[in-house]
Ligand binder design. Structure first.
Ligand SMILES: Cc1cc2nc3c(=O)[nH]c(=O)nc-3n(C[C@H](O)[C@H](O)[C@H](O)COP(=O)(O)O)c2cc1C
Length: 166
């Protein structure tokens, strides 16, 4: 199989992998960063930890590479516009003009109305190809009452209710 064919098949395969959408946030040198990510995965309960895969070309990568804490904002199904803003529609700190943002006592930005906000201490990383996997050890969690994830599948946003009907 040619590399081109393999790449196309991989893209088509990943369109079938439904994922929850999160926004990763970080601060570095007084600058705030936010990036939409579907690659957030629960890593372990012992210790409670998560991972996220971040493209080396992104602003977020530069921020995390310096070793700081980060937060995972697990988006609600009404936060599509926040995802779009943090997924490339807006740049830099402009991203914080969309959504209901506040910050921790340490200045780490988070979304007040995300489904869940997980504050993490960076605790490891693994470089692979175009990306780095950043591991975070959980420091603090703020959960909302509802479970209503924003999902991304087949190149578009959907909700759990819509996906169940399809
Ligand atoms: C729904 C969605 C999911 C994304 N998931 C990831 C991801 O897991 N990892 C990643 O590096 N980029 C991901 N991206 C792309 C980044 O959000 C985008 O490249 C980044 O915000 C660009 O930021 P920059 O202009 O600061 O470099 C995703 C984008 C969208 C819209």
């Amino acid at each position: 199989m040619s590399n081109e064919q393999l790449r196309n098949d991989m893209l088509q395969s990943m369109r079938r992998l439904a994922s929850s959408v999160s926004v990763v946030t970080a601060i570095d040198d007084g600058e705030k960063y936010a990036m939409a990510a579907t690659s957030v995965t629960s890593l372990s309960m012992n210790p409670p930890s998560l991972l996220v895969c971040v493209n080396k070309t992104t602003g977020m990568h530069q921020a995390l590479d310096n070793g700081g804490d980060f937060a995972i904002n697990v988006l609600s199904n009404d936060q599509q516009e926040v995802s779009a803003a943090c997924g490339g529609k807006l740049t830099g700190e402009e991203r914080f003009t969309v959504g209901n943002w506040t910050e921790t006592s340490a200045g780490l930005p988070y979304l007040k109305d995300a489904q869940s906000v997980v504050v993490l201490e960076q605790d490891g990383r693994y470089e692979y190809g175009s990306h780095t996997i950043f591991i975070g050890k959980v420091k603090e969690i703020k959960n909302s009452e509802k479970v209503n994830p924003l999902l991304y599948v087949d190149g578009r946003y959907t909700t759990a209710a819509e996906a169940a009907e399809a």
